[in-house]
Design a protein around this ligand. Structure first.
Ligand SMILES: [Zn+2]
Length: 305
């Protein structure tokens, strides 16, 4: 593979971050895991990782980053790569792009962490060969990425699919776990909502139980909304909650129920809603693949008023 380039990848997570050196086809050569401490301490550690492998592996030529958000990812935005308000101490309004550029000497290509995993699935996994796919992760929150021709769809900020409002079940009076919305998908069906409502994770409940059915129905509603809005060719359901046995199948059935008969035939395929093909490495593999991807032009160039 003579055309592979040596690149760096960073998966900036809420509690830990993965840093890797590899090829832009997603091959990992070296990686390390670092606690996501305040940026003033973390960024030098990341730079040191790349420096320490320069003699053995060589100089990285590009840098891809999948970061927790909210973060400005529109490439032409003046504040590209800047985080917005976040609960993570020290990270609110942090200019990640500039900090990485000056510490490492390369302009990073930054997307959200979920987009990074989606890029990896498009390059090497369950979304490979599809022009338009959606990658959803259901865990401590619900995140989503719309992957078009292997890249996240250009956007104003980035999709916040987890905050789409759902129709709450009549008998479901549990408080929402989202501090912004009373009836959004994340507030009703993410891991914390499941724990608060049932006192334990969904894997304790059997397929077909009321608890299992409720969460499958909420996720099915979410998928139905996405089918109607974007008409994706495939939806991948990742994250800890989606590892619950039978949940993906039950979600697919609930999605079809909410769509009625109003969907293309392919949506009825058992493969339309599916599990990820890549494991926990998807985020960092996506960051490596991302490093060499051409930055898409936004639909609208953002200007400051
Ligand atoms: Zn919400």
């Amino acid at each position: 593979m003579p055309n592979r380039r040596l690149v760096g990848g960073i998966e900036l997570g809420g509690t830990k971050s993965i840093v890797a050196i590899g090829y832009d086809d997603g091959t990992i050569l070296e990686q390390t895991s670092l606690p996501t401490i305040v940026p003033e301490l973390l960024i030098p550690q990341i730079a040191e990782f790349f420096r320490s492998h320069r003699d053995g592996l060589g100089q990285i030529e590009a840098l891809g980053v999948g970061a927790f958000g909210p973060i400005i990812v529109a490439p032409k935005a003046q504040n590209y790569g800047r985080l917005l308000q976040t609960n993570k101490p020290g990270w609110s309004n942090f200019d990640l792009a500039t900090a990485l550029s000056s510490a490492i000497g390369l302009t990073p290509h930054i997307v959200t962490d979920v987009a990074s995993a989606g890029i990896a699935e498009a390059a090497l996994g369950a979304l490979r060969g599809y022009d338009l796919g959606i990658y959803l992760t259901v865990g401590t929150g619900i995140g989503g990425a719309i992957i078009c021709y292997g890249q996240p769809l250009p956007a104003l900020l980035h999709p916040e699919i987890g905050h789409i409002a759902l129709q709450r079940h009549r008998n479901d009076v549990a408080p929402s776990c989202c501090r912004f919305h009373a009836n959004c998908a994340e507030g009703l069906a993410a891991g914390p909502a499941i724990l608060a409502r049932f006192g334990q994770s969904l894997s304790h409940f059997s397929v077909g139980s009321a608890e299992h059915n409720l969460i499958a129905d909420y996720l099915g509603q979410l998928c139905a909304n996405l089918v109607l809005t974007l008409s994706p060719q495939r939806i991948v359901l990742g994250g800890g909650v989606c590892k619950t046995p039978g949940l993906i199948e039950a979600t697919r059935a609930a999605m079809l129920n909410h769509l009625g008969d109003y969907a293309p035939e392919d949506v009825e395929s058992e493969y339309f809603v599916c599990e990820p093909a890549l494991g926990q490495d998807a985020g960092i593999v996506g960051a490596l693949c991302l490093a060499e991807l051409e930055k898409p032009s936004p639909v609208i160039a953002l200007r400051r008023a």
